[in-house]
Design a protein around this ligand. Structure first.
Ligand code: HEM
Length: 394
């Protein structure tokens, strides 16, 4: 039996709790912005422009001409500076430096956006128990992501001026997992509508996993610049499968070591993911839902369309960044759909306040102020929202 908990129990009840809810939404938007800035950083070739990792003092860009000259000299001494961008003048360097600096600054900002409100809510005892631990978990995941980001950059500062595509995939996957953890916090403050059947819930879970894997494959393509290998669609230079995509033995090595194989795999598995998402939408539509199937249909069509445009236009920054960002939106929508269609969760545990009607108990008891959020609280949902045990259509 599924235990009621952070996923399932409504917690938004009174105006005071909205601060908590808004904080989680702000974090989720923040992670989305980080993903977008990170994508632009990679696509503009800026990711290797800062050659040191100074978590605190690195927040400030070089101040003054001498500091810029030092920073530029360090870059020109790095593999990318020596082998790829030795033509650059200081003004060109400043342009690529900007994106990497902004990406790191946003990461620091996001860390503070987790830590400071967390301390405030915990001190005021508005967040405690499982919820406090869950937010701490998100903070630690964010810190791990920062470290992973540096390990990725470091792989491109030795010998070869290119980051490891495996580390890029790990960095992107961790970012997506972090966004799912934050989304889970957001949803913990919502009343779960219990839409749909168990089949939809399970299919949704499989699709979340499939999109995570598809995104990791996308990072392989991005990290090896394999998007440029077949600038044609729907074919791959006239053959299917293209022979060079399967040239390594054993075959599975093509997925990890052969850029043509990665490109072929990413585009081919996309059809399986798209079919799964469309199947989910059709099933949900037949069950009477409207918003989620339409949203998912639009997102998967946009994702495929942006992927095709990325290939045909030879990976322009704006289109490729939109393709990555749309993957995040698709993942978030699928995770929300999976949450919203969980029919297995029992109603939230009742407490003494629930024995009488919500309005009566609020009016009659001084303890009717909203409880501190432990992630297990079962404060009655506000009037007009459905309870977890009350199926509703979207
Ligand atoms: C469910 C469908 C898809 C998902 C979830 C998805 C996801 C992604 C993600 C997340 C990335 C970026 C990785 C990174 O920046 O580290 C990516 C890259 C890429 N994807 Fe997709 N993709 C999908 C379908 C497609 C399709 C259908 C095509 C082409 C027909 C395509 C072509 C590409 C290319 C060429 C890149 C590399 C772009 C670059 O170098 O920056 N994708 N994909």
């Amino acid at each position: 039996m599924v235990r009621p908990g952070l996923w399932h129990c409504p917690a938004v009840a009174a105006p005071a709790d909205r601060a908590l809810s808004r904080w989680f939404v702000a974090l989720w938007v923040g992670v989305g912005c980080m993903l977008l800035i990170g994508g632009i950083t990679r696509l503009t070739g800026s990711g290797l422009s800062i050659t040191e990792w100074k978590p605190v003092t690195g927040a400030l860009p070089p101040l003054g001409a001498a500091a810029w000259a030092d920073e530029f000299a360090r870059y020109l001494d790095s593999p990318q500076g020596r082998l790829v961008n030795d033509w650059m003048a200081l003004a060109d360097f400043k342009r690529i430096y900007f994106w990497e600096w902004l990406h790191r600054l946003a990461g620091r900002g996001l860390g503070l956006l987790v830590a400071i409100p967390w301390a405030w809510f915990v001190l005021r005892r508005k967040v405690r128990g499982r919820l406090a631990l869950a937010v701490l978990g998100v903070f630690l995941l964010g810190a791990a992501q920062g470290l992973m980001g540096w390990l990725m950059v470091a792989s491109g500062l030795v010998d070869r001026p290119q980051v490891s595509h495996l580390r890029l995939a790990a960095h992107l996957s961790l970012a997506l997992l972090l966004s799912l953890a934050v989304l889970r916090l957001v949803l913990s403050q919502r009343d779960r509508p219990a839409l749909g059947s168990r089949l939809l819930h399970r299919l949704g879970g499989v699709l979340v996993l499939a999109v995570l894997l598809q995104a990791a494959l996308g990072a392989f393509v991005a990290g090896t610049h394999a998007g440029l290998i077949y600038p044609t669609w729907p074919g791959f230079g006239g053959a299917w499968p293209p022979p060079e995509a399967l040239s390594l033995r054993p075959l599975w090595e093509n997925l990890f070591l052969n850029p043509a194989g990665m490109h072929f795999a990413h585009r081919t598995t996309a059809w399986a993911v798209a079919s799964g998402v469309l199947l989910w939408s059709v099933l949900a539509w037949r069950e009477g839902q409207r918003r989620l199937p339409v949203l998912l249909g639009v997102l998967i069509a946009a994702q495929i369309g942006l992927g095709i445009a990325t290939v045909l236009l030879r990976v322009p920054v704006g289109v490729a960044a939109a393709h990555q960002f749309c993957a995040w939106l698709l993942l978030s929508a699928l995770a929300t759909a999976t949450w919203a269609t969980n029919p297995g969760a029992p109603p939230c545990p009742t407490d003494s306040r629930r024995s009488s009607s919500p309005s009566a108990s609020r009016a009659s008891s001084p303890s009717a102020s909203p409880p501190a959020h432990s992630g297990k609280s079962a404060w009655p949902p506000p009037a007009g929202t459905s309870s977890p045990s009350t199926p509703a259509t979207s």
